[in-house]
Design a protein. Structure first.
Length: 460
């Protein structure tokens, strides 16, 4: 932790190098993170997975496995490329899908950006990111792409133009929370020739690294942009730090800070957020470190549809399992008691039968008594057979209850394995879990074919 603090202090003092740098002219469709979280991390989100990276790295949102939507607002006088005076409104949606047995996520985004006194920008973005596409010795590699339809309007003249742009990106998950991201934005470098503005959407190269631990996150990006509006290209070095403050049942609070250093623009960012089950709200502000000090503000609201309180869900499942086990044990105890009663009755009936047989042999000559004894013997034998059938039925019922208990335990273990698999557990872990499941339930009389087939697929 001390090393992290020293690192950020060094980056802060390095910003002195950029004080007094020349002012940058306006550039169209510059790279800006989607929401308040990205702004709070100084736009260092190239290697951070989730909705915040939709406009920065199209490969970074493939890990989202629940339907997610978010609204975002940004008011700023500075971007990574230089001075600005803008307000941005965005609406984004992420939809997990499977194509040809491959998991992935589709992303849809609409952004309206007003550059006061200059232009209006409208962006309609369609993207797709893979999930767990390639497993290499280094880690898991995924790719993504965004197709953007761009609308550009000059406020003074009312002249407008439209074009399209393409973004591509990749992300490498190294394991242990370490991730590397690479993206290329506005690859075709679309130009807009309006009266009186001539501009281009700058071709941008971003490379980033992040380390995501249980309670904190570190990130750093290097960004290189091509020239626009007749200016030279720009570059910046961005870094961010995020810390989670967990509560018992009141949700999760997060705080974050970021530092952006560039040849035309440098800024310091801070932010916070609150998450409760499926809803999270973000706020952040940013202070320029060069030229005029005008604070930037950002606000985001994100909703994850289908998300649940994991602790409450596990508590509910555990209660259900305890109740089922208690009911099952009570049924087994009751069955054992009834079985014992029937066994005692059978022993008693056997003793009576033996006694009647002896009596029948002694009184065989007494025809009147013999008839009555035969009828009684037949009645006892009938009761004995009925009791024997009842005992067999109870034994079958007890065996079936035991099989049901094993099936329930196997289903519980299988669901836990599926959660591990969906959470992206390594292949060795999956093989180990499957091996334990198969060895535990093999030759016990229940169907475990799905675990056997899954192990064959994992081994391949």
């Amino acid at each position: 932790m001390k090393k992290n603090k020293i690192f950020f202090l060094l980056m802060f003092f390095c910003s002195i190098v950029f004080f007094g740098a020349r002012q940058n002219v306006f550039g169209a469709f510059e790279d800006i993170a989607l929401g308040a979280r990205g702004e709070g991390l100084a736009n260092s989100v190239t290697a951070i997975e989730g909705m915040d990276s939709m406009t920065i790295n199209p490969a970074a949102f493939g890990s989202v496995r629940k339907f997610m939507s978010g609204t975002h607002f940004l008011s700023s006088h500075r971007t990574g490329a230089g001075d600005a005076n803008l307000k941005s409104y965005s609406l984004g949606v992420l939809v997990p899908r499977m194509f040809r047995s491959r998991n992935g996520t589709m992303g849809f985004l609409f952004r309206y950006r007003l550059n006061h006194g200059y232009t209006q920008e409208k962006t309609m973005q369609f993207g797709y990111s893979t999930w767990q596409l390639l497993r290499t010795e280094k880690g898991v590699l995924d790719f993504g792409a965004n197709f953007k339809m761009l609308g550009f309007t000059a406020i003074d003249s009312g002249d407008s133009a439209s074009s399209f742009a393409l973004d591509i990106g990749s992300i490498l998950r190294l394991g242990d929370g370490k991730t590397v991201g690479l993206s290329f934005l506005n690859i075709n470098n679309p130009a807009f020739n309006l009266d009186p503005i001539t501009d281009k959407a700058p071709f941008t190269t971003r490379i980033g690294y992040s380390e995501d631990r249980e309670d904190y996150l570190l990130s750093i990006d290097f960004v290189k942009r091509s020239g626009s509006s007749g200016s030279d290209g720009t570059y910046s070095l961005n870094s961010g730090y995020e810390y989670l403050w967990r509560t018992y049942k009141s949700g999760i609070f997060s705080t974050r800070a970021g530092l952006s250093l560039g040849d035309n623009s440098s800024s310091l960012s801070m932010g916070m957020s609150y998450k409760l089950v499926a809803t999270e709200i973000f706020y952040s502000f940013s202070l320029p470190l060069t030229r005029t000090i005008n604070a930037a503000h950002a606000l985001s609201l994100v909703i994850r549809f289908g998300a649940r309180d994991i602790e409450s869900e596990y508590e509910r499942l555990i209660k259900q399992e305890v109740k089922y086990r208690r009911d099952l044990m009570e049924a087994l105890d009751e069955s054992a008691k009834r079985e014992m009663i029937l066994k005692n009755e059978l022993n008693t009936l056997k003793e009576e039968t033996d006694a009647l047989k002896k009596q029948l042999n002694l009184e065989i000559k007494k025809t009147n008594k013999t008839t009555a004894a035969k009828k009684k013997l037949e009645s006892i034998i009938s009761r004995q057979k009925k009791a024997a059938r009842e005992l067999e039925r109870l034994e079958r019922e007890r065996k079936q209850n035991k099989l049901n208990q094993l099936r329930f335990q196997f289903s519980h273990d299988w669901q836990n394995y599926l959660k591990l698999k969906t959470g992206g557990a390594p292949k060795d872990v999956l093989k180990g879990v499957l091996g334990r499941i198969i060895s535990s339930y093999q030759d016990v009389g229940i169907d475990i074919s799905q675990a056997t087939l899954e192990l064959q697929r994992v081994i391949k």
